[in-house]
Ligand binder design. Structure first.
Ligand code: ATP
Length: 512
């Protein structure tokens, strides 16, 4: 099945099974805004818990906060967002569609990689067993030409972005003969800057009201609380502050479902370090965050680092962790070495001294910062994309199964009486009333057992138990495993021990 079709299926599966709904669905939705349904909210909360505990529970020197979405307007002046939080946009005159100029060019760069991959696949077919990929990549004239073109484009793009040279961005689009995917034409407008922050007003009267912004990132809430937390928590460098919360960006290109939203959620951690040690910490956090992703067991080959060509005005190193989505490798998390830019700016704009007194060296300085920033929704999407499978069974039937990591699954155990009579529902309720205090259980007595299993497979429930007539005599139930579909007879008293270990967040955290 084409990857595009797989993605469409995942999107409709999300809606059909109560994971993600379009916002204001009865009014036909609102662009790039989504709601999480009864299963989605559980999965999302589990992802957040996994992140939060990995930060705050596993690191003695990281604490959490929850700052407000509304902040003093000067915060965004100081941070540079009012002046520089812009995307370069370009319109196609024929389709009237608007695009991010940088995204059009990045897609073009990715096309060179796709062409190289195709050449490699063709050569592998031609040479069979004796194919040496490394040698082919180093010697094939066609591949070398493609790589050279890609490199040159990369270089030109990086310079244009660094200088925010809008004319040059347009020229690249023209020179590369990039067409609008809708109209197929090259009838482009000039490239313009567009600020991504949403504005609103606080105060009741027009004169008394002042413009404030919906925060475009949660990070600034951490920076403006640096002094509060450092002092009240008596924190010693290096230490981190973690936060999970909503962020808002007026994205120009709203596509790919929950990948790019106008209202989304971030999990950010700012790690304050002594100046001069930041690059060491930057590398350490790259490793730590990659280990967090890989502990989910989705396969190392599905992740890669992507070092930034263009560093933001505040950064001296930056890298993304990308995940293989059905629409290619895409950024899920950013790790940035933000220098002392934010704290210094806030010191300057607020007139406060924002420093750290180092008791070991008796020095005062402004700490440097390493940031790890991951989108909850993008993480959610990567989990869904990797877990969704249409499996053909031995008997030729297919089943849709969500192979979610057990610790993230919305429901851990489905409790099912074989029939709705003979005291089986009562026995099932009794078991559920005991286990529901330990993990999320769902009771289901409707339809045949086969149908009920499929329903649970489709929402990723790792275990089901069936209560039958023998249960009343021997206090045993049938435990069925989602992935292997194997069934085993187990004692009711052993259930908790057998399941809890496999579905607990603790067992996942121990894999990091
Ligand atoms: P992109 O280049 O895709 O616009 P970004 O580099 O601007 O992303 P950051 O500012 O580094 O993103 O934000 C950190 C993380 O927040 C991203 O890695 C992503 O997971 C998430 N994120 C950013 N923008 C959005 C959005 N519009 N919708 C959903 N998640 C987002």
């Amino acid at each position: 099945m084409a990857q595009e079709d797989v993605f469409k299926k995942i999107v409709s599966h999300c809606k059909e099974y109560g994971f993600v709904f379009p916002s204001s669905d009865i009014y036909d939705g609102l662009g790039a805004v989504y709601d999480y349904g009864q299963n989605g909210v559980e999965l999302k909360n589990n992802i957040k818990q996994y992140w939060w505990q990995s930060m705050v529970l596993l690191h003695e020197n990281i604490v959490g906060i929850d700052s407000a979405i509304f902040m003093h307007p000067t915060v965004w002046k100081a941070s540079g967002h009012v002046d520089a939080f812009n995307d370069p946009l370009i319109d196609n005159r024929d389709s009237k569609k608007r695009y991010r100029a940088d995204v059009l060019i990045e897609d073009q760069i990715a096309k060179y990689d796709e062409k190289v991959e195709k050449e490699v696949a063709k050569a592998r077919k031609r040479f069979g067993e004796s194919f040496d990929e490394a040698q082919y990549l180093a010697t094939s004239p066609r591949v070398l030409e493609l790589l050279q073109k890609k490199e040159a484009l990369h270089e030109r793009f990086a310079v244009a972005m660094n200088d925010m040279n809008l004319e040059e961005l347009k020229q690249i689009i023209l020179d590369e003969e990039i067409v609008c995917p809708i109209s197929g034409t090259r009838n482009w407008t000039d490239v313009r800057q567009f600020n991504l922050m949403f504005k609103t007003e606080v105060g009741s009267t027009a004169e008394g009201a002042s413009t404030i912004y919906l925060r475009p990132e949660t990070a600034q809430g951490i920076f403006v609380n640096y002094l509060n937390v450092q002092k009240t928590g008596r924190m010693k460098l290096p230490f981190g502050i973690a936060q999970i919360g909503k962020a808002f960006r007026n994205e120009i290109v709203a596509r790919q479902f929950i990948f790019r939203m106008r209202e989304f959620e971030q999990m950010e951690m700012q790690f304050f370090v002594k100046p001069g040690t930041e690059l060491e910490w930057f590398n350490q956090w790259k490793d730590t965050r990659m280990a967090w992703h890989q502990a989910l067991g989705f396969g190392a080959e599905n992740y890669r680092y992507h070092d930034h060509e263009k560093l933001a005005h505040y950064a001296n190193a930056a890298c993304d962790i990308e995940f293989r989505m059905p629409f290619g490798f895409k950024e899920v998390e950013g790790i940035h070495s933000r220098t002392n830019f934010d704290l210094s700016q806030h010191a300057q704009y607020s007139g406060r001294k924002i420093e750290y007194f180092d008791p070991e060296t008796n020095e005062r300085y402004t700490p440097y910062v390493i940031e790890t920033s991951i989108g909850v929704d993008r993480m959610f999407l990567s989990v869904m994309c990797h877990s969704y499978e249409e499996e053909t069974l031995e008997n030729g039937e297919t089943r849709v199964v969500l192979r979610l990591p057990a610790a993230l699954a919305p429901t851990k155990l489905a409790v099912m009486p074989l029939v709705k009579k003979d005291g089986l529902p009562e026995k099932a309720r009794e078991i559920m009333d005991d286990l529901k205090f330990h993990f999320n259980c769902k009771y289901d007595e409707k339809d045949s057992i086969g149908k009920r299993y499929r329903r649970q497979d489709a929402v990723g429930t790792p275990f089901c138990i069936t209560i039958d007539h023998d249960t009343l005599k021997d206090d045993c139930v049938t435990l069925r495993n989602r992935d292997t579909m194997e069934q085993q007879r187990v004692k009711i008293s052993d259930l908790r021990g057998l399941i809890e270990d496999q579905v607990s967040l603790t067992s996942l955290l121990k894999k990091i």
